[in-house]
Design a protein. Sequence first.
Length: 526
Amino acid sequence: MKINKVRLTQFKRFTDLQIDLGESPKKVVALVGPNGSGKSSVFDAFEEKQKTYKNANYNPSSSFFSKLLHLIQGNNQTYDRNNAVKIVKSDGTENFDKKSFYIRTSYRFTPRLNVTEIKQQRDALDDAGRPGSSTELDGRMLENYERMIGTAWDEFWNEDGNGKTGKVTREELTGKINEILGKILDVKISNLGNVVKGRGQLYFEKGDSKDFPYENLSAGEKEVVDIITDLIIKTREYDDTVFCIDEPELHLNTAIQRKLLIEIEKLVPNNCQLWIATHSIGFLRALQEELKDKTSVLDFSENNFDETVTIVPMRPTRRNWQKIFQTALEDITGLLAPRRIVYCEGKKEPDGNGDEQGLDAEVFNTIFEGSHHDTLFISSGGNTELDRNASIALTILSKAFVDVELLILKDRDINRDGSLTTPEQRLAWLAKDDNRRMLKRREIENYLFDFEIVSRKYPSVVVDEYNKIVSNIENADVKSKTGEIMNFCGIANGITGEDFKKELATFITSETNAYRDLKGVIFSQK
């Protein structure tokens, strides 16, 4: 089961919130934003929908959910969860059942286990002991331990007479948990304890330490054990479900956060969906890298929820990711360092107009910010200045940033000093270093002014008439014909040539020849 639309009306802080994940929603949905931005309220909406199908041990009053009751004093407004919460599945239906949602709140801390008896467990799908809202304590680690020892007892007294040995049962119950824990922490379960002897808790080993009790684990270790154990036990029953975990990163350092999310995603069945609310650097890195093809990121920052707001998945561009990381770090900026820096031609115009980095860099960043978010293009002067400026920068940066790939990208036109006139001279320039690249066409305008690109923006242009202006898109000096091309396209006064080029850059996308040409030149290994 996957959700693709959510609408919350006068619900908690939302006047009218609409979430639209599209017709093919991703497996992982990440709600990202600062504390108090409304992420947990979405999970409260899911819990409200869930209460229609099964009971809970706690049900908050209407004032917890209804925004109207807080806005209008002395009114007789009533709260109706069916009107306040609308959720649509990817199949277009609104049919849910007991297994549709499984929600963990951010208050998931069980400091110790102390089970004194083996008792009958309630139906896992009823989940009657769950917290009734995002503000309630989630103590299901105790329940999961009770289920584990109950299963061990059941296996011993198996009615068909084929009861398993204690060793086999322990390995089956703890084996998968330990396998996953080993990928995240240096700790594993050593035994299930013994309720009869007053040792009703899990025991662990770590390094030379053997059989130390659950209560001795750190808060972060308990967090990981809780989440992994819970998912392994519950996914047996919850196999057509939207799993929601509020702030799974609590008490964890960045490296462990990243590993944890990768393992959580593996545990959730592929026909299910995983919603997480987070502002964790480790989780964001996993979403950006390992899980990028499976993830939709919903940005909850900088929204005025007193108005109608529609949130759709964030475009995975460098700028958007930088904004998300800056939100996570508040005023600590610049963490999102590029993995690749490309020095290209171009500079700020003498009159002060234009982007600080130069037109070429802005165009290249626009073209590749979605597909190569880890690459930053920087203008480094004209064609002869590029060699000098980039060489200095490469010498310095290569010592400071050993993991950053540094490239020089040169236009294919002739240098001001007359060099690079012949193909042989160009090949010689490229051969000097592995980090050198050269455009196949004369300069960036020869890609922007390609008829394929211009006609995407201006479908009415006629190719035969256009070719009278641009006769040789590979080699001609089309940059000098910018004004003529703008007139041909019917550009009104007030739009500069620079703005015209920036707009055309948005039409150089992965399905165009211009894009494939540029990508091959810049990102191919020599």
